[in-house]
Design a protein around this ligand. Structure first.
Ligand code: DX5
Ligand code: ZN
Length: 209
């Protein structure tokens, strides 16, 4: 299980990224919000471009935006491993997959809590990762929605039955208490649990075991 640290809600982005850079965390989870797909707005283009000034970790970008296609060129210049868009957006998903492939960026699809996990099944052989939202997208520090665990199991079964390698990532509300239910997912995204703790590395180590 890999850990992707979200800094959404961190009071000082620069210092949080610098502190995360010297931990064993696997990825930096970059939450981008446009004020349309979700109410809040986060990270302007210039803020995004500054991220490599603070960390050399690979980025796991989560675009909570209605029209991500036009942003992909920007991410091609950053250290991005995964770029995830939501399944119910306006842009054409195939065009997004194509553009990411062109840049060698792995692509993910995010599924919201209200949606049945089967909506992602037709795309499983075209994508690298499914991001299961275990909170409503838009805010850090919310409570983990327990029905996400059923979704994880159904998705796992489907991936296995079809012999695919699609990764499962889970985002939102993950704590030192409930992480035990997520041992067999590929990536967990953790925001507040890490960034509100005094010792990031100690918390990351606890999340892993
Ligand atoms: C929610 C974001 C998450 C969130 C995670 O919209 O996608 O990445 O910031 O933060 P915690 O771990 O605090 O729920
Ligand atoms: Zn996220």
């Amino acid at each position: 299980m890999k850990i992707s640290a979200s800094f959404l809600g961190a009071s000082n982005i620069g210092s949080t990224l610098r502190r995360l850079n010297v931990t064993s965390v696997d990825y930096i989870h970059v939450d981008v919000m446009d004020g349309k797909y979700v109410k809040n707005k986060s990270l302007s283009l210039s803020e995004l471009k500054e991220i490599p000034d603070y960390t050399r970790k690979r980025l796991d970008v989560h675009l909570m935006v209605q029209s991500p296609l036009k942003m992909i060129d920007t991410f091609a210049t950053l250290n991005v491993e995964y770029l995830t868009v939501h399944i119910d957006i306006k842009d054409n998903l195939d065009k997004i997959f194509e553009r990411c492939k062109l840049y060698g960026i792995k692509v993910g699809l995010a599924v919201n809590p209200k949606d049945d996990i089967s909506i992602v099944f037709p795309y499983l052989d075209k994508i690298d990762l499914v991001l299961i939202m275990s909170v409503e997208p838009g805010l850090p520090g919310q409570e983990f929605i327990k029905t996400s665990l059923t979704k994880i199991n159904r998705l796992k079964e489907e991936i296995k039955n079809r012999g695919l390698n699609t990764l499962i990532s889970v985002d939102g509300g993950i704590t030192l208490d409930n992480v035990k239910y997520l041992r067999d997912v590929d990536i967990i995204v953790s925001g507040s649990t890490i960034t509100k703790s005094p010792d990031f590395e100690e918390t990351i180590t606890k999340l892993r075991c």
